[in-house]
Structures are given as C-alpha cells and as structure tokens.
Design a protein around this ligand. Structure first.
Ligand code: DAT
Ligand code: MG
Length: 140
C-alpha cells in the first residue's frame, strides 16, 4: 500500500468534552500525520451537503443537526494505507461494537454522537478534503 491522505472530523460531542488532544494522540500513535487541521462551526446546510450520501436515511436530519450543534475539528491525515488505518483506529460506527482501544470504544457516546468521522475510500477522501481545504493548506 502506498502513502495516502484521508479526511477526518473530530465531531461536536468530542470537541465539547475537550477530547481533541486525546483523539489526536491516538491518530498520531497509529502513524497518521496531521498535515492540515482547523476548528470550524458548520451550518446545518453545510453539514447536509457533506453528508448528502445519507440524505435518504432516517437519521439524516438528526445527523445534520448534531454536526452543526457545536464546533468541529476538520483534518487531513497522511500515512501508509491512511484510509483503512484511520478507520481501524476509529472503530465501528456503533461504539457498542467498537474494538478495545479504538477512539469510538473509548470516547463515543452513541451511534450518532460517535466522536469522529473518517473517509471510507480514496474517491470520497478526495471529495471530502476538497470540500474543507484548499491545496495550499495541506502541508505534508
Ligand atoms: P461511519 O461514520 O462509521 O462512516 P456511516 O457513514 O454509516 O458511518 O454513517 C455516518 C454517520 O451517521 C455515523 O458516523 C453516525 C450516523 N449514523 C449512522 N447510522 C446511524 C444510526 N443507525 N442512527 C443514528 N445515527 C447514525
Ligand atoms: Mg461513513
């Protein structure tokens, strides 16, 4: 596997509990380099565009509401096999099913308030990075 970039979000439940540093420590310990990072506060409409793929799901409105409820930290992570590696460090979507030592096992509150987002494929990573960052902001 080659060096990849992936997109990550530290979600409102985690920023609200001052978990940004603890989450970043887990990402860095896994060998993921944070090559861009900023704290922003999305509008519900902006969250809706980001999660448009889930527009037909029953939890979509609640998800967009949550993502706009408090600041988030958006990040670009770089490393060997970064997309899969980040998904591994994050743990399963539902924290009740997440493996020991993962971010979601340790910090997530529920399947909705699950502390982090991570891209699921190279194509989505590219689209998600471009939604939040200009090329010059990525300092690899
Ligand atoms: P992931 O974030 O692990 O990629 P996903 O893409 O399937 O998971 O869903 C995006 C987010 O939507 C997820 O992080 C939390 C929310 N979500 C998913 N399934 C849900 C459910 N059954 N009830 C409430 N929120 C849900
Ligand atoms: Mg997903």
């Amino acid at each position: 596997m080659a060096i990849q970039r992936t997109f990550s979000i530290i979600k409102p439940d985690a920023t609200a509990r001052n978990l940004t540093g603890a989450i970043n420590a887990k990402l860095e310990a896994a060998g993921l380099r944070i090559i861009a990072q900023k704290r922003i506060h999305l509008t519900k409409a902006q969250a809706g565009v980001f999660y448009a793929v889930h527009a037909e799901r029953p939890f979509y409105d609640e998800l967009c509401e949550f993502m706009a409820s408090a600041p988030i930290v958006v990040q670009v992570l770089e490393g060997e096999d970064a997309i899969a590696k980040n998904r591994e460090v994050m743990g399963a979507t539902n924290p009740a099913e997440a493996a020991e030592g993962t971010i979601r096992k340790e910090f997530a509150l529920s399947i909705g308030e699950n502390s982090v987002h991570g891209s699921d494929a190279a194509e989505t990573a590219a689209v998600e990075i471009a939604y939040f960052f200009a090329g010059l902001e990525l300092v690899g």
